[in-house]
Write a protein that binds this ligand. Sequence first.
Ligand code: A2P
Length: 309
Amino acid sequence: MSTPQNSTKEYTLYTGQTIPAVGLGTWQSTNEEAYEAVLNAIKAGYKHIDTAACYGNEEPVGRAIRDSGIPRSELFVTTKIWGTDHTRPKQALQTSLDKLGLDYVDLYLMHWPVPLNPNGNHALFPTLPDGNRDISQDWDFIKTYDLMQDLIPEGKVKAIGVSNFSLTNLKKLLDAPTTKIKPALNQVELHPLLPQPELVKFAKANDIVMAAYSPLGSTSSPLLKDETIVKIAEKYQASPATILISWALWRGTVVLPKSVSSKRIQTNLKTITLEDEDGETLNNIHKVKGNTRFVLPNWFPFVVFDEIV
Ligand code: A2P
């Protein structure tokens, strides 16, 4: 049985770029935490950092990348366009690059398929008087993606992709006549209580890499105490977190564990090769326990997750 080793696994996007399989997630990290986390991660050997305009931490994330001393070309950096910027990807990208202090990002994702009113009552989370999000009714993600395609020739993004796309929305995007450049990657919530096998299968068949956010089940995760996962962890003499991260690699997805703890950042890069029978056991937990989505913002009436597949 293998002992956990720093993962060097990479996938190749259909664009030809390589993407390190384990990346550092930075959602919910404050500025100070994000700076230290990214520095610690790169020191520990991470080559892949994931942020987003909406996280509000692009500035410290970029500063840590620049302070790390690792050449930019050796790192894979992802950021994401927020809903209030869907009508203006070019400006949104430039704002992100200015905050990051970088000339380009390796991957630029549409954060959610939901366009939000750019002139609403809040820059990021505009709401209507009834409390629901102020969703643009005269725009859609097909138009957003169409504009994102124009970013590639400018050289400031190496690849574009999507996030939080269900199977239905992904198919809709691929079928749109304006979609000429396929998304390279779809980043969604993936873990044993939400393995979304049909979505993963469809993406693979279309040469779209899937990336797992909240692979540990997010804050105060019940997954880390799940008896099946704990039992497998005992077998490998590894932590439940290591098992969850290694399962994501076993099934061929990118995995983006978030941590602000230097120790956990280090251990989260150390993965094992799961035996197939254990991978299958983890695949099947949701069949007994049911699917659980830990990240479920209110996008009413927009249907983001119309089915769990
Ligand atoms: P912290 O940042 O204090 O380490 P996810 O990646 O699924 O969103 O999960 C992130 C949550 O899991 C955070 O609360 C993070 O807290 C915690 N976490 C990250 N790595 C580990 C680990 N190896 N063991 C236990 N908890 C972890």
